[in-house]
Design a protein. Structure first.
Ligand code: SF4
Ligand code: SF4
Ligand code: SF4
Ligand code: SF4
Ligand code: FES
Lengths: 159, 538
């Protein structure tokens, strides 16, 4: 409190009137143009001619989701809800049902991901105990309607 | 349950001298001092088995750790609950428990409320040293409502003791020996008693699973409402668990004055009427449907154009709704009030002291308290006669509850023959067909207010909001709006506010309030102490 009261008095009068470092435009401008020129001369543009040319995502890139299948072609997901519990965007909707197979109890009857709400954080992938959900490197996922952005189980399994 | 006497005993808990009543077990006495010792097989409502050994503590009277759920406190006893020896003993027990456990928490319906998970979090090793194959035990149906996942069973015998001591039906037993032990039923004798659902609740792991709730929801996603079951006049305290506004299951809530730790299966599985296709969800007149906002106006017009009105209340209405009806009836000349009762069922008593009441009306006492003891007797026969003779112009009938047969054959017939009728109903039926005005009623579990059970205990009921608030205003709101239109009321109140009015105007309710009733209710005759003074029971 005491310090706070002293500050206005201590503030030197000269603080605002002191000469600023002189701004010079000459050298930075020349440096910048030199940089541009060097790129022109090297003739290696960083811009990719998308969509004619596709970019290869670096490893670990988090794009569109998919649900994986096991060796017998059945979905690996056991409808445990851990991905939807972990999801910070609350965009995974699951309804469980009894699995028709002897080796597991549950499977998802409904598995919807709202790709418009997804923030592609990868928490679902990390939470999954069955390695059933995965974020693929696919980044070009446009659609013509909002409805298409709700990926259902069939769509997620087909990716 | 231990038998205690009033004699106080001094003993030493974690280096502190404490006092408890003689006869208490170490676990109960420690709990009284705020120290929770883990347990699997111990349950306050059952006999002590002492078979899981997770409750071990260090004692000065024994070279080895002792189990605190069965050992009693004694003068000079020194107990360490968190010494290295005690914790080490519990860690080892936990490691043994997990040897054959499948650890299928992700697909186990108990996950999230599992005692094994909780203790594993505290005491379990983070990896297993067990390299051998796990035992496989049976997964099968034990009865019409219960399945067992034998692999998950930790053989605590809680369920077995429940069936022996509380329901007295003894269907369950432990078969096989050693690490192959598992709970089973005798061939041809499934577990099928009216209290069976409780075994699922007390199973500390996900071994016993209710087929009704299986795969329906993960427990951490559900919203819980503390309420009271409307299945019979007992008024068991329950927790209503709902997912996205849809009830998924009912669980009993401990109340040693009413239902101990239990509830019956009729109540437990008796909530599907909430979602029946015949549920009345909109207001209708003979001309068409009425918007929710116009319902109270329509009711007011009907009431004001009627020269003599009979109100027919039901024993499912809360004291607050009844109070509002009484205010309306009192303000109208030529009005009378009677009540109808649903048919009695059969009483079922169990050796553990639990009784399912034959009377299937949760608030009969409340109706009688507010309208007088003859409301279901002479007042009812008078109203029946008046309807038959045509001397009643309009009948306003409340046909709530969970049944599908309205107010019973006699009243249904009388209602259909009334000149004019307004029916608040939960289900559609002959009694509401062709009525002048039909309004949706809140069912038990959807009401906000107070019910008085057969022992004259006033208990708070809370709405799980499955229909009310989502689709249509409740009776509590509509009745107050009608009163406002009739200039009987200047502003609408919450259920607690209406109850305050009731307690101010009625000597029976005097002194009680929603907050003084608390979560466990209070006998109506036991007036709470004034706020701020000592000895008030909450
Ligand atoms: S990537 Fe993140 S936001 Fe998207 S579904 Fe998975 S957890 Fe939810
Ligand atoms: S976490 Fe994996 S197994 Fe569980 S519901 Fe999600 S995708 Fe299915
Ligand atoms: S019983 Fe408990 S620990 Fe075992 S699988 Fe079920 S939730 Fe997990
Ligand atoms: S089924 Fe559950 S309550 Fe019964 S012995 Fe096994 S673990 Fe205990
Ligand atoms: S709780 Fe004490 S032995 Fe099980």
């Amino acid at each position: 409190m005491a310090n706070h009261e002293e500050t206005p008095e201590e503030k030197p009068e000269t603080a605002t009137t002191e000469p600023r470092e002189k701004a010079t435009f000459g050298m930075p401008l020349i440096k910048g143009l030199a940089n541009t020129l060097s790129h022109i001369l090297r003739n290696e543009p960083n811009t990719i001619h998308y969509p004619a040319e596709k970019r290869t995502p670096f490893p670990g890139y988090r794009g569109e989701h998919r649900l994986k299948r096991d060796e017998l072609g059945r979905e690996k997901c056991v409808a445990c809800f851990l991905c939807s519990t972990a999801c910070p965007a609350h965009c995974i909707e699951i309804v469980a049902e009894e699995a028709p197979w002897g080796d597991r109890e549950k499977r998802p009857r409904l598995f919807n991901i709202d790709m418009m709400r997804c923030i592609y954080c990868g928490m679902c992938e990390e939470a999954c105990p069955c390695d059933a959900i995965e974020l693929t490197p696919v980044y070009n996922i446009p659609s013509r309607s909002r409805g298409e952005k709700i990926y259902n189980k069939e769509k997620l399994l087909s990716l | 349950m231990s038998d205690t006497s009033n004699e106080l005993i001094s003993w030493n808990l974690n280096g502190e001298v404490v006092q408890n009543e003689s006869g208490m077990t170490i676990m109960e006495a420690a709990k009284a001092h705020g120290i929770e010792i883990p347990c699997f097989c111990y349950h306050p409502g059952l006999s002590i088995a002492g078979n899981c050994r997770i409750c071990m503590v260090e004692s000065n009277r024994s070279p080895k750790p002792i189990i605190s759920c069965s050992e009693r406190i004694a003068e000079g006893l020194e107990i360490q609950t968190d010494s290295e020896k005690a914790v080490d003993a519990r860690d080892s027990v936990m490691e043994f428990q997990l040897i054959n456990h499948p650890l299928d928490c992700p697909v186990c319906d108990k996950a999230g409320e599992c005692v094994l998970q909780d203790h594993s979090y505290e005491h379990g090793p983070d990896r297993s040293r067990f390299v051998e194959d796990k035992n496989i035990r049976h997964t099968k149906e034990l009865g019409p409502t219960i399945d067992i996942w034998g692999n998950r069973c930790i053989v605590c015998t809680r369920c077995v003791r429940f069936c022996d001591e509380i329901s007295g039906t003894s269907e369950l037993c432990v078969v096989e020996r050693g690490d192959r032990s598992v709970v089973d039923v005798f061939p041809g004798i499934p577990i099928d008693n009216a209290m069976a659902g409780n075994t699922v609740d007390i199973c500390p792991v996900g071994a016993l699973i209710s087929t009704d709730f299986k795969y329906e929801a993960r427990v951490w996603n559900m919203d819980r409402t503390t309420s009271v079951c409307g299945g019979c006049s007992r008024g068991c305290n329950v927790e209503v668990e709902a997912l996205d506004g849809f009830v998924k299951r009912l669980m009993p809530r401990e109340n040693l004055d009413v239902n101990d730790w239990w509830m019956c299966d009729h109540g437990r599985y008796g909530w599907r009427h909430l979602y029946a296709d015949s549920r009345q969800v909109t207001a209708q007149t003979t001309e068409g449907s009425v918007l929710p906002a116009e319902a109270s106006k329509a009711l007011q017009q009907t009431l004001e154009s009627s020269s003599s009105t009979g109100f027919l209340v039901d024993p499912f209405m809360t004291c607050e709704e009844l109070h509002l009806v009484k205010q309306l009836a009192d303000s109208m000349t030529g009005s009378r009030v009677a009540g109808w009762l649903p048919a009695d069922g059969t009483e079922e008593s169990f050796p553990g002291g639990f009784t399912i009441s034959a009377a299937k009306y949760p608030n009969r006492k409340g109706v009688e308290e507010i309208f007088g003891a003859d409301v279901f007797g002479s007042a009812a026969s008078t109203l029946l006669n008046d309807i038959a003779s045509g001397s009643v112009d309009t009948v306003v009938a409340f046909v709530g509850g969970h049944g599908f047969d309205g107010a019973g054959a006699e009243w249904n017939a009388a209602l259909s023959s009334a000149k004019n009728r307004v029916v608040f109903t939960t289900q559609q039926g002959a009694w509401s067909e062709g009525a002048h005005l039909v309004l949706p009623a809140t069912a038990p579990l959807e009401k906000e207010g107070v019910w008085i059970n057969e022992d004259n205990r006033a208990q708070r009921v809370r709405s799980c909001r499955s229909l009310t608030d989502q689709n249509f205003p409740s009776e509590l709101v509509i009745l107050q709006e009608v009163q406002a239109h009739m200039e009987l009321r200047s502003r609408s109140l919450s259920a607690a506010g209406v109850f305050r009015e009731l307690s101010e105007s009625s000597s029976a309710f005097e002194g009680h309030s929603h907050s003084s009733l608390g979560d466990h209710g209070t006998p109506l005759s036991q007036k709470p102490a004034a706020v701020g003074s000592e000895g008030g029971e909450s």
